[in-house]
Design a protein around this ligand. Structure first.
Ligand SMILES: Nc1ncnc2c1ncn2[C@@H]1O[C@H](COP(=O)(O)OP(=O)(O)O)[C@@H](O)[C@H]1O
Ligand SMILES: [Mg+2]
Length: 312
């Protein structure tokens, strides 16, 4: 029987009296691009650090590639790659020197190291820039280099903690292209993000909030099972109109969503018709819920102060 790439069973991490990870259970199949979504402070990095053997769980188990990480952290680390949320490269060194450093960390030397460094830099689109200093790279290239360094030892499972944070949307797309290529080559990818727009790029995902798993499944499952009826409302002054729209035409709640308003309704077709008749509204139409709508709906009323970035 093929083992799961990741199996978390009632995983708990407490820091003093504070519970950062609150009984999370989930599994990831081999070859998946599994997303771990939640706002800042939700517990994503803590969970990843436990899975990578860098932090001991308070209770529960994390079995990675068939190995209980609390019992055999070194064995787990040999088979996984980890790209931390914090900057892990040496800014004063060049691209090539950073790659060589990480090759050394993973025990590669001589010709084997140069060959592998060449492959990895090609995989992440950095061939030809070996002599550039890391401090001069744009954020997208830096993140790709950090990814390349985490791939040096050909890990079977890759843990990426907010790899696209601070990177512009176009460059984020390029990064996801690399993630897909890795998955096609058989690597399992576990990736965290607080960008809800990236949720649709995952084969399956788990949404977490305040340390708890709030839902998991494919993007389609999550929309069907938890998505509200959504009317997208366009108007010249969305923030000025928000209160008025929240209180009309069967609308349960309304949120600013980019330059539009998303109004949730049990009968979106009727609400769309009524909303489009309101003066100041230029258009109102029923749309499929985004995964951000799903998340907002799921955590409504349970938001931790200062932890609602995912909805913004
Ligand atoms: N070493 C620590 N000691 C105390 N609290 C911590 C520690 N690490 C993280 N936390 C807290 O745990 C919560 C979850 O943090 P984290 O896992 O970094 O969330 P995320 O990665 O989703 O933003 C936060 O409230 C954070 O302040
Ligand atoms: Mg984090």
């Amino acid at each position: 029987m093929a083992e799961k790439a990741v199996l978390l069973d009632r995983l708990v991490k407490r820091f003093g009296r504070f519970t950062a990870v609150d009984s999370i259970s989930l599994s990831v199949e081999r070859g998946e691009v599994f997303g771990f979504l939640g706002p800042n402070g939700a517990g994503k990095s803590t969970t990843i650090r436990i899975m990578c053997g860098l932090l001991r769980p308070t209770s529960g188990t994390a079995v990675i590639d068939g190995i209980d990480v609390a019992r055999r952290p070194e064995d787990v680390r040999a088979g996984i790659g980890y790209m931390s949320q914090r900057f892990s490269l040496y800014r004063d060194l060049t691209v090539g020197e950073n790659a060589a450093f990480f090759a050394g960390v993973y025990g590669l030397g001589g010709r084997e190291a140069s060959a592998r460094i060449g492959e990895v830099l090609a995989d992440v689109g950095l061939s030809g820039v070996e002599s550039l200093q890391v401090s001069s790279l744009d954020p997208g290239r830096r993140q790709r280099l950090a990814l390349g360094c985490s791939l040096m030892h050909r890990p079977r499972i890759l843990f990426l903690d907010e790899p696209t944070s601070g990177v512009d949307p176009r460059t984020r797309g390029e990064f996801w292209d690399i993630i897909y290529r890795l998955a096609e080559s058989g690597v399992t990818v576990f990736v965290t993000t607080h960008y809800m727009q990236e949720a649709d790029f995952c084969s399956r995902l788990a949404m977490i909030h305040a340390g708890r798993l709030v839902a998991s499944g494919t993007p389609g499952d999550l929309r069907r099972e938890h998505g509200p009826g959504v009317v997208e409302v366009r108007c010249a002054d969305p923030s000025g109109m928000l209160d008025a729209l929240s209180q009309s035409a069967g609308v349960e709640e309304a949120f600013l969503f980019g330059d539009a308003i998303h109004a949730y309704s049990a009968d979106p077709a009727a609400s769309a018709a009524a909303l489009s008749a309101i003066s100041g509204v230029s258009a109102a139409r029923v749309i499929e819920p985004t995964l951000e709508d799903v998340f907002v709906r799921l955590v409504r009323g349970t938001a931790r102060p200062g932890g609602t970035e995912a909805a913004g």
